[in-house]
Design a protein around this ligand. Structure first.
Ligand SMILES: *Cc1c(COP(=O)(O)O)cnc(C)c1O
Length: 398
């Protein structure tokens, strides 16, 4: 490549070369377990340790379809190489497993994805690895938490329940002074809105289930690393036996092509709905760093190039029956976990139990809901929510 290309161009032109597949724009879906070799020497060459992860030699270790998606992910992440995992959670746990050993200590952000916490609490102790949770707003103050055996700092910014923005460059600079690796769950922004490697991250993890897949029809995770960490992580992925199907790799690669246009629309729609919510008496606070009123807005403006469609809302105090009246009658917002698809979602959440290093104090004290703003017309979404607030009042909210 002679010039550095924009991520929009990379999204359209990555993932292998059409001339390597009879000119087809997209890679074919390979369904393969056994791979046959014509001769003994070809078989032996395929097992050369220097290239063992780069050749098609057994379905579990990759096919041309999965290699195409890996190349595309690495290109948009701006990292050295990428690996595909069967879920976002598998990507988180495998990266943590690969980069820790018995006796190590890790620092985990207090606002991490709930299942990431569960892995740190339930599985890492069995591996002899200790976790300390830290305040997402700690910034360079993370230095005070480093121990002689700290090997990993894990960031997730913003947190996907309460949306605190972390000072990732400051945390990364502090960690690198001590040779500590910085792992990031970058699912909320995706590489499109947060260039993790330019911000000092060593390992960028995506739940590709969310925005990268983008259509609520596939589970996948990705891990992208710098060159020095690649061998260790790739070896662990292979040792644990993680792999994805060609069909799923194809779906994710297909979703990836429109990541930019979808995310820009998610951003615009979410701004419209969030700004409207800010005007409503039923709402105590909207937790969305793209809003100028959000405490994370300054850091978000400095480090991110946009916002996705996921944010939180603290309602004014209201009984549970009033929240049910709001959510149950919504016609355009589905009730379900996950996000990143083309459709809007609304679920009740309680952020408090998911923390140990910090306390979640709901500003205004009312119930908490999380919204995913999809690709519908935002005026229709606003009208749906407005009718919901009407039902809330009917159900006894003040
Ligand atoms: C959904 C999610 C995950 C896990 O991804 P799955 O594909 O559902 O396993 C990890 N981190 C964040 C921030 C997520 O939102």
């Amino acid at each position: 490549m002679t010039t550095r290309r924009s991520i929009d161009t990379v999204l359209a032109h990555s993932g292998g070369e059409p001339e390597d597949r009879h000119g087809a724009v997209n890679p074919p879906v390979y369904h393969a377990s056994t791979i046959l070799f014509p001769t003994m020497s070809a078989y032996e060459r395929s097992r050369d340790p220097a290239t063992r992860f780069d050749v098609v030699r057994y379905g579990q270790l990759g096919t041309p379809t999965t290699f195409a998606l890996e190349q595309a992910i690495a290109a948009i992440e701006g990292g050295y190489r990428s690996m595909l995992l069967p879920s976002g959670l598998a990507a988180v746990t495998t990266a943590l497993d690969a980069l820790t050993k018995s006796g190590d200590h890790i620092l985990m952000v207090d606002t991490a994805y709930a299942s990431t916490r569960k892995f740190c609490d339930a599985v890492l102790p069995r591996r002899g690895v200790r976790t300390t949770y830290y305040d997402p707003l700690i910034g360079a103050g993370i230095r005070a938490l480093f121990e002689t055996n700290t090997t990993v700092v894990f960031v997730e910014s913003p947190g996907s329940i309460t949306f605190e923005v972390q000072d990732v460059p400051a945390i990364a600079a502090a960690a690198h002074e001590k040779g500590i690796a910085v792992l990031m769950d970058n699912t909320w922004a995706s590489p499109y809105f947060f260039p993790a490697f330019e911000r000092g991250v060593d390992v960028s993890i995506q739940a590709a289930t969310k925005y990268i897949g983008g259509h609520s029809d596939v589970m996948m995770g990705t891990i992208t690393t710098t060159e020095p960490l690649y061998e260790r992580v790739r070896t662990t992925v292979a040792e644990l036996g993680h792999c994805v199907s060609g069909d799923d790799a194809y779906l994710v690669l297909r979703g990836l092509r429109t990541l930019g246009v979808r995310l820009e629309r998610h951003h615009r729609n979410a701004m419209r709905v969030a700004e409207w919510l800010c005007t409503r008496a039923e709402v105590a606070r909207v937790h969305f760093p793209a809003l100028a009123s959000d405490p994370g807005h300054t850091l978000w403006s400095r480090d991110f190039t946009g916002a996705s469609g996921l944010f939180g809302v603290t309602l004014a105090p209201a009984p549970k029956s009033a929240v049910a009246a709001l959510l149950d009658g919504l016609e355009l917002f589905g009730k379900g976990v996950s996000f990143g698809g083309f459709e809007s979602l609304a679920i009740p959440m309680n952020p408090a139990p998911h923390r140990t290093a910090t306390r979640w104090q709901a500003p205004g004290g009312g119930p908490y809901i999380r919204l995913h703003i999809g690709l519908e017309d935002p005026d229709d979404l606003v009208a749906d929510l407005a009718r919901g607030f009407g039902r809330m009042h009917g159900a006894g909210a003040s």
